[in-house]
Design a binder for this molecule. Sequence first.
Ligand code: PMP
Length: 451
Amino acid sequence: MRETNFLVENNARHLWHPMAHPAEMRANPPKIVNAAAGVEITDLQGKTVLDAVGGLWNVNLGYSCEPVKAAIRDQLDQLPYYSTFRGTTNSPLIELSYELAEWFREDGLTRAFFTSGGSDSVETCLRLARQYHKINGQPERTKFIALKKGYHGTHFGGASVNGNANFRRNYEPLLPGVTHLASPYLYRNPFGTEDPAVLASLIARQFEDEIAFQGADTIAALIMEPVLGAGGVIVPHETFMPLMRDICDRHGILLIADEVITAFGRTGAWTGSRLWGVKPDFMSTAKAITNGYFPFGAVMIADRIAEAFEANKNSYGAIGHGYTYSGHPVGAAAALATLKETRRADVATNAAARGAELMAGLEGLKAKHEIIGDVRGKGLMCALELVADRKTKASAAKDVVATIYEGTYEAGVMVRTSGANIILSPPLVITTKDVERIVAALDAGLAKVAR
Ligand code: PMP
């Protein structure tokens, strides 16, 4: 490997990072992650820390998942690539489709369409939702409704339904016909309620009102994350998603559950939809499907929707959508091995148990550190929201957040910051000792800014 100076200089000179200002990456060079094992990563200076980000919400089984690595190596030797466009398929992918149908049978989703990641999966859902209505004789149903603070990736469709101005403004104009409802973000909500059930019903009422205003016959789908991730880990009241499902049903609107983060156990349930007792029409998945070791995703399609496509005899039936890497055999082999390990390790149960411990630890930190305004989480997706003042809820300053981040890293734990939020999404295989380590390191990081 090249020496450190070469790497740092050329990272600044030749590499643009996602979700970062190029100038900031020059002024404040990113950490060069050089190795990983178990639930830890090691930087170029040789410092090893617990990865409480879990890669990017995706390395659910940690970095030493040998069966997944072996499956990737073996598949590379057997068949490193072939397309699945009309005319060809491959055996690991067929086996994966069979396994996914078993995995999601309880959710009523037994058809899969494969992608190269979360943004592709979202795009696929949006496009197939429109196509379904065309097949179904309602071609004017083209609009989408989404939630503020929702995150749905960065393709133009996903950016259009995205509920965060930072991911929209620079790329406008976006898709027409997209409306955003209020977010189920209790800590800061436009209604001034402190009751999450009331907030859920107010947003549901807003949804009904929007449908009446626009006309149900113009709306294709509602897209939502069962637990909003990148928007700051927003956990809606348990009534929220069922209320939204019911409204969709009454108005012929499809429900797209964006489960790029929540599928495969992160919330403590196998899917976020199942957590809330809801059956979506489309489910986007990616990330943990290959434990982060290979870019891959799957859209799961409800039987009712799939059957309409399969029985269709008009000119709308063919799927004019897909990617060169849809159904990549190496990704399929990685996913098959990942699903097997995910089930064997029963990571959803561990996510629920360790998540409860982590939340208790974070509540303890809130009692100690004034700067924590809000603690949120479900399973092993958690957030601390940092404020300059608990009364006014003014957000903590950027440099304060950065000091806490660096302090926590020094103390041995990698976390992720997003605005004034510290986001935690560790591997789902962490132990109670790991949870204690995360809380202790955060405590040390927070102490750096204590008065
Ligand atoms: N949807 C959700 C809910 C996500 O969290 C993400 C990624 N964080 C995406 C879509 C986009 O996925 P990707 O970055 O793999 O394109």
